[in-house]
Every structure is written in structure tokens, then in C-alpha cells.
Design a protein around this ligand. Structure first.
Ligand SMILES: NC(=O)c1ccc[n+]([C@@H]2O[C@H](COP(=O)([O-])OP(=O)(O)OC[C@H]3O[C@@H](n4cnc5c(N)ncnc54)[C@H](OP(=O)(O)O)[C@@H]3O)[C@@H](O)[C@H]2O)c1
Length: 277
């Protein structure tokens, strides 16, 4: 059974799918997005993309543009989580979703303890939670730096504290890092620092516990259908202009499976990227 924190949205569902197909393992997904409860609003349900949702919400007229945008984003996020659960279930796997903010250390520890108590073990953990709020450092609000940095670093520290408290350690741990940690990236000082720190935290954890732990510093992934991730269509065009290739989501997921299956287990950080860096 594998816990994937940040696994229900973005690029990580591609890996969850590859893992479920290859191993049939139970999947426990974690993210902040709450799952929808109660009957769906039919008009919103019929609005299938962001523009249509914003249109419906704007016609109702009671919210500010910022509130409309947040509501549309929340609906799309919940739909993506629901789609991930459906896709994994269709593959025959057992899947559950837990809504929590991984920066809440007590909630993370309690979730891990509950899963471990239920199954008597925890085979693997994938830590992929992350956010970006890109800006040049001179223009960056310190609170924004903290949000980006803490999501990776405090989240990972809380996760490791939770793992330390379990009766048995997991067999492997994967951190989703970024090529920004290896080469830097304009506007991403906070994100690059966070991913570099993540790598160091993982390396120390492996040395201290003997658990296989690898940080994968990914180059940009192509936005796949249904699970786009951080690379928007606009960013994709910018990467293309700079001659930077994008990782095919299915290939990326398989590359990580191969890394876990065949690579040297003492290696604690790797860079995976397409052409152009
Ligand atoms: N996409 C790429 O090309 C790329 C390249 C290099 C590295 N990465 C790394 O890969 C990981 C996933 O990126 P992505 O592109 O899939 O981004 P994304 O679409 O923004 O997904 C981020 C994931 O993290 C979760 N998350 C964020 N903050 C969280 C928190 N405080 N607690 C729990 N879950 C949280 C999100 O779920 P909720 O919003 O529901 O919380 C979501 O599942 C990140 O760590 C990123 O640094 C991605």
C-alpha cells in the first residue's frame, strides 16, 4: 500500500496510475481539496470548463471576480480529485482519498498512524505536495516565499516525524523535487530553495533510517489531459520558445517506476528531464 501526498491532482496521478497498473497496490491519496458532498448544482455540473463555470457564477451576480475565480478553481480541483479516484478504481485498485493540509503535522501523523494500524504496514510514500507563486525575488512578498517553501519543507518534516512514530518504517520514500533545485529558474528562488532543502532532508532521512529515499528533480512535464500540473499551456509555449522539451506524463511515470525497480538504492537524488536543459 502506497500513500501519495499530493497524489490526487496534477502530475502525480500519472504515477499513481502506473503504480496501480504495475503492482495492484492499495492507494491512499492525500490533498487539501475537499471532495464534493451532497447533490450537484445542475447548472454548474453542465459547465465543463473554467470559462463556462466563470460564466455561470458571474451570471448569478453575487460574488466578486476574485471570489468567482476561487469558486471555479475549487470546483475544477474537486472534479480532478474525483476523476483520479475513478481512474484508479477502474484499474481495479483500492483507492481512498483524505483531505488534509500536509503542513498540519498532527493531522498528517494521525493519518499515517491510522493507515498503518489498519494494514499493519506502509510500503511506500510519495511526497509530491508543492505550490508555486513565481515572482522575481525583489518583488516577492515574504509570506509568499514562506507558503512555497513551507509546503515542501515543513510538509516533508512533518511527514518524516509521522513516519518516525510508526511501529515500522516504509520500504521506500519518494520526494518530488524540481530541476529548479539543480539549475535555478528565474522567478523561482523560493521553489528552488525548497526543493534543494527537500533533497537534503531526504538524504539525511535515508542515512539515519536506512530506508530507500530518492528525490526526483523533475524537468517540466507536458500538461496531460485531465491532469495538467504546474505547467500551463502558456508555460509550455514559453518552454518551447526556449527549446526546452517537456516530459511525456506516461513516460515520466514509467521512468520513476524503473528508478524504484532497478536503480542503485543508495542514490538519494536524481534529475529526470526531457531535452534542452
Ligand atoms: N508539473 C511539473 O512539470 C513539475 C516539474 C517539476 C517538479 N514538479 C513537482 O511535482 C509535484 C506535483 O506538481 P504538479 O505539477 O502536479 O502541481 P499541481 O498540479 O499544483 O499539484 C500539486 C499537488 O500538491 C497538492 N498540495 C499542494 N499543497 C498541499 C498541501 N499543503 N497539503 C496537501 N497537498 C497539497 C495539491 O493538491 P490540493 O491542491 O488538493 O492540495 C496537488 O495534488 C510538486 O511537488 C512539484 O514541485 C512538477
Amino acid at each position: 500500500m502506497v500513500v501519495l501526498i499530493g497524489g490526487a491532482r496534477g502530475i502525480t496521478p500519472w504515477f499513481a496510475r502506473a503504480l496501480a497498473s504495475a503492482t495492484g497496490c492499495r492507494i491512499e491519496l492525500v490533498g487539501r481539496t475537499p471532495l464534493p458532498t451532497g447533490p450537484q448544482d445542475p447548472e454548474l455540473a453542465a459547465a465543463t470548463d473554467r470559462a463556462a463555470l466563470v460564466g455561470v457564477l458571474a451570471r448569478r451576480g453575487s460574488s466578486s471576480p476574485a471570489e468567482i475565480s476561487r469558486t471555479a478553481q475549487a470546483i475544477l480541483a474537486a472534479r480532478e480529485v474525483t476523476a483520479t479516484i475513478a481512474e484508479l478504481t477502474e484499474l481495479g485498485g483500492e483507492v481512498r482519498y483524505h483531505a488534509l493540509d500536509v503542513r498540519d503535522t498532527a493531522a498528517t501523523s494521525s493519518l499515517l498512524a491510522g493507515i498503518h494500524a489498519e494494514y499493519g504496514r506502509l510500503d511506500g510514500v510519495v511526497y509530491a505536495a508543492g505550490i508555486i507563486e513565481d515572482k522575481l525575488i525583489a518583488e516577492k512578498d515574504p509570506a509568499s516565499f514562506t507558503r512555497v517553501f513551507d509546503t515542501k519543507v515543513d510538509g516533508a518534516r512533518g511527514l518524516l516525524a509521522g513516519l518516525d512514530a510508526l511501529p515500522t518504517a516504509p520500504r521506500f520514500l519518494v520526494f518530488f523535487g524540481s530541476i529548479a533545485a539543480a539549475y535555478g529558474n528565474r522567478g523561482q528562488a523560493d521553489y528552488a530553495a525548497a526543493n534543494d532543502a527537500l533533497d537534503a532532508i531526504g538524504t539525511r532521512y535515508a542515512a539515519r533510517t536506512g530506508v530507500r529515499c530518492v528525490t526526483v528533480h523533475w524537468g517540466p512535464w507536458a500538461p496531460g489531459v485531465g491532469h495538467g500540473g504546474m505547467v500551463t499551456a502558456e508555460l509550455s509555449r514559453e518552454y518551447a520558445r526556449r527549446g526546452i522539451g517537456l516530459i511525456d506524463p506516461e513516460e515520466g511515470a514509467l521512468a520513476l517506476l524503473r528508478e524504484l525497480a532497478w536503480a542503485d538504492p543508495s542514490v538519494t537524488s536524481v534529475v529526470y528531464t526531457a531535452s534542452g536543459w
